[in-house]
Design a binder for this molecule. Structure first.
Ligand code: SAJ
Length: 419
């Protein structure tokens, strides 16, 4: 089949190369001209394991072409962002303009698939109205469906193949045609349903995680008041066959889990109380982490003590800083009078004043080192060497990722969040 993919970002580009390398003629389009130029030169604008090899193969074989405009095709896939606005309501303008941009190219017999994660009813209320001007009857002349991506950054190519997929068609024929297409590379099961159910399922999955993490964070705070190690308590609770409590931490980052629950709150704030409270709980963790640091430092009586923050990415071993709680922790620490120097070996360029590319510089004369991201390289740090550079040996680990006894043997006072 010929496929036109709108949006060549974290989801669109991996999807485009997968289809291109599985026998489909793919045209990728993105409104961002520098991005299109890079891709056509086989250069990456995002990092993902294996993407470079897949892209080389797709461009070299001629199965993937890219430009800033859509093209006629059998199938159109929309993979554009759906962020939230400052007032926490969904910004669906990218979805609307993507749907509008393909309308002049759509013909009888085509299939339109929305992959972006969206508030329930977006296919019905935004996508379909933009396709009405084609004059085609939806569900017969023009098939439409929602097939949300479910992949985790870093393991995208593995999960694209092995994960089950939810396929929500506006009618059975739309769902069936969509399943057939994804069957080209998906080895997991394809579960067919209607479009609005599929939209809700995807948002529910990420909300489940957010609510569960908020629960873990609340338990962590409670455990600190009674001197119990919450990590050990959660580990033990999870031996129960029907319990799966997530892990506490300095906050929830990324562009999905910290965003999608708001789509449900927007549906009906009066009904989505637990979901809203969980968002607030997780968004409060950076302040909690900063205050914990202030409290532990207060015994030192130092004026504007320096803190070395390790970790800017939103989770371990990735280079993605979107919605990272580390940025909020740093802001809160600064507001509380601490001087911050931040280091992350995975984040090369950004505009954070507090960042240094040099670990020694971050640690030099610091009164505390605070770990916010569970990068492997932090686990391998030599506490003796770290301690030599610091003014005071205090370690705060918000991810429970370091070997505590090793640091204590090197003379550090240690505090793990939730313990
Ligand atoms: N986090 C915790 N405690 C935990 C797990 C995660 O504090 O127990 C934090 C992480 O540190 C990170 C944030 O949550 O800051 C999100 O990380 P994540 O690894 O849970 O998820 P994402 O955002 O990278 O990817 C999620 C995935 N969704 C689910 O697992 C239900 C992925 O499968 C989705 O495809 C992706 O969202 C998406 O695009 O929607």
């Amino acid at each position: 089949k010929s496929i036109c993919i709108v949006g060549l970002g974290y989801i669109g580009l991996p999807t485009a190369v997968m289809f291109a390398n599985h026998g489909h003629q793919v045209h990728g389009m993105d409104v961002n001209e520098p991005v299109v130029k890079k891709i056509s030169n086989k250069e990456l604008h995002i990092e993902e394991n294996g993407l470079q090899e897949y892209l080389n193969e797709a461009i070299d074989s001629g199965m993937l072409t890219v430009s800033t405009t859509p093209q006629k095709a059998d199938v159109f896939i929309l993979a554009v962002p759906s962020p939230i606005k400052p007032d926490k309501t969904a910004n669906l303008e990218y979805i609307r303009s993507a749907a509008k941009s393909i309308a002049p190219f759509v013909e009888k017999g085509n299939l339109v698939i929305l992959e972006s994660t969206v508030p329930p009813k977006t296919v019905q209320d935004i996508v379909i109205p933009e396709l009405v001007p084609t004059g085609l009857e939806i569900g017969t002349d023009l098939l439409v469906s929602h097939s949300p991506e479910r992949v985790i950054p870093g393991k995208v190519f593995e999960e694209l193949v092995t994960n089950d997929r939810i396929i929500g068609g506006v009618n059975e024929e739309s769902a069936r045609a969509t399943s057939e297409l994804y069957r080209s590379f998906v080895k997991g099961q394809l579960h067919e349903t209607d479009d609005t159910t599929a939209e809700l399922v995807k948002v529910m999955e990420n909300t489940y995680r957010d609510v569960n993490i908020a629960f873990a964070n609340e338990l962590a705070k409670l455990a600190e008041t009674i001197d119990v190690d919450i990590w050990e308590a959660i580990r033990l609770a999870n031996f129960h066959p029907r319990v799966n409590i997530h892990q506490p931490g300095p906050g929830v980052g990324g562009h999905c889990i910290a965003v999608d629950p708001w789509f449900l709150v927007e549906l009906n704030p009066e009904l989505a109380k637990l979901i809203h409270l969980s968002r607030t709980t997780n968004d409060g963790m950076p302040e909690y982490t900063a205050q914990l640091t202030v409290d532990l430092l207060s015994a030192l009586n130092a004026e504007h003590p320096k803190v070395a923050v390790l970790g800017l990415a939103f989770k371990g071993n990735i280079d993605d800083m979107r919605e990272s709680p580390s940025l909020d922790v740093i802001e809160e620490m600064t507001a509380k009078g601490l001087t911050v120097s931040a280091y992350d070996p995975h984040i090369k360029v950004n505009n954070i004043d507090e960042q240094t590319q040099n670990l020694e510089e971050a640690l030099k004369d610091a009164s505390a080192v605070v770990i916010l991201t569970s990068h492997d390289s932090f686990k391998q740090l030599d506490p003796a060497k770290v301690g030599e550079l610091m003014k005071n040996k205090l370690l705060i680990d918000a991810k429970n990722c370091i070997e505590r006894t090793k640091w204590e043997q090197a003379g550090f006072r240690t505090h793990v969040l939730g313990n």
